[in-house]
Design a protein around this ligand. Structure first.
Ligand SMILES: [Mg+2]
Length: 154
């Protein structure tokens, strides 16, 4: 299994039971330090987080979540990754049927605007980005959105 899940989200059924969680965020980045830091920040703010190290692992993580009736409310996506990059992930993700979570492109600031547009991103985070910027973007895209997490209270 290539997808990594962290924290309480890793326990079977945890997502279904986690009605107090604000939203589920899929964090996709091949840089383990960035991925882990972003996940830690979001978890401290009571988001549920699933991590993946590249696009292929992210697609597998989406499948695993779907088996439990869950789906992310937002996807934080690095672009330059081995195995499957952010462009290919976004293309395959949008080919899938059903609802699609907003994508937030996380990449070097000089590329963020252009690359975000190329994958239809709802927002961009130019690396290096700060804690407050991260939380503001995620909150804006997930608050008041019941998303596809049927277990989450409106
Ligand atoms: Mg990268």
């Amino acid at each position: 299994m290539q997808a990594q899940q962290t924290n309480r989200a890793a326990a079977p059924g945890a997502l279904d039971a986690g009605t107090s969680r604000r939203a589920l965020v899929l964090v996709v980045d091949d840089d383990a330090a960035i991925r882990g830091t972003v996940a830690d920040i979001l978890e401290l703010e009571d988001y549920a987080v699933t991590q993946a190290m590249h696009g292929e692992a992210a697609l597998a993580a989406l499948d695993e979540l779907a088996e439990r009736g869950a789906a992310p409310d937002a996807i934080l996506l690095d672009m330059r990754m081995p195995v499957m990059d952010g462009w290919e992930f976004a293309r395959r993700y949008h080919e899938r049927s059903g609802a699609h979570a907003p994508i937030v492109v996380m990449t070097a600031a000089r590329d963020a605007g252009q690359w975000g547009g190329e994958v239809g991103a709802a927002a961009t985070l130019g690396k290096p980005f700060g804690l407050e910027e991260l939380l503001a973007v995620v909150e804006r895209l997930t608050s008041g959105n019941s998303g596809s997490r049927t277990a989450r209270a409106a």
